[in-house]
Design a protein around this ligand. Structure first.
Ligand SMILES: Nc1nc2c(ncn2[C@@H]2O[C@H](COP(=O)(O)OP(=O)(O)OP(=O)(O)O)[C@@H](O)[C@H]2O)c(=O)[nH]1
Length: 199
């Protein structure tokens, strides 16, 4: 019996990664108020990893509660710079400011995924990638943002590694898919083990 797979995400890259892997799935927007949850968890002193995990679980649970025995994948990615959480830039100025704060330093991307079935978590994973950014100039940052704003506005770090954003980095330590926002190998491993994917 084929198990239905649902991705509880509006993220284009997450959907694209599963499609490229020939995973049959439906995408459903989780419509979770991430900012409210993130603020509440931060006020309780939650660690970035715990915040990403909690948000991923919320997204997966919300959709799973109304989708029977489908396997529902929820994801969340947070960026930690010197222990401080940065969010998606609201404006081009925010993007330039954020990139200026990050240049010449290392920041960490934490990518979490939780899979729920019948409204309860059955699997979870969170991975961290260390991103060492070049000490790029103000001029380059402003030109980079102007050239790429429509694309990078949806990325937590105000960059897309698979596009021009790769020029911002001198070293990346960790899994490429975690940078894009989906622990793809780990998710595929679970779906295969569960018999939801052929292998
Ligand atoms: N294409 C691309 N996307 C990135 C990159 N880095 C971060 N992101 C995206 O930044 C977004 C992080 O925000 P999240 O809150 O985790 O997810 P979202 O985009 O709001 O989508 P939902 O899953 O519906 O919550 C995700 O969509 C990631 O895929 C990158 O290098 N390339």
């Amino acid at each position: 019996m084929t198990v239905r797979i649902i991705l509880a995400s509006t993220s284009q890259i997450r959907q694209s990664l599963l499609r490229s892997a020939c995973v049959p799935f439906d995408a459903i927007a989780p419509q979770v108020d991430e900012q409210a949850v993130k603020s509440a968890l931060l006020s309780e002193g939650a660690a970035p990893r715990d915040i990403a995990d909690a948000l991923a679980e919320m997204k997966a649970r919300k959709i799973s509660q109304r989708c029977g025995d489908a396997l529902v994948i929820g994801c969340d990615q947070v960026l930690a710079l010197e222990g401080r959480l940065l969010s998606k830039p609201a404006t081009m100025d925010d993007a330039a400011t954020q990139l200026t704060q990050m240049r010449g330093k290392a920041h960490h991307l934490i990518s979490a995924a939780v899979i729920c079935e019948n409204g309860a978590p059955v699997w979870r994973h969170a991975g961290v990638v260390k991103m060492q950014m070049r000490d790029v100039s103000d001029t380059y940052i402003n030109q980079y943002v102007a050239r790429n704003w429509t694309s990078i506005r949806h990325s937590v770090g105000a960059y897309k590694l698979e596009e021009e954003g790769v020029r911002l980095f001198e070293r990346i330590t960790g899994d490429h898919f975690h940078v894009l926002g989906l622990p793809l190998l780990e998710v595929l491993g679970f779906l295969t083990t569960r018999g939801a994917l052929e292998a």
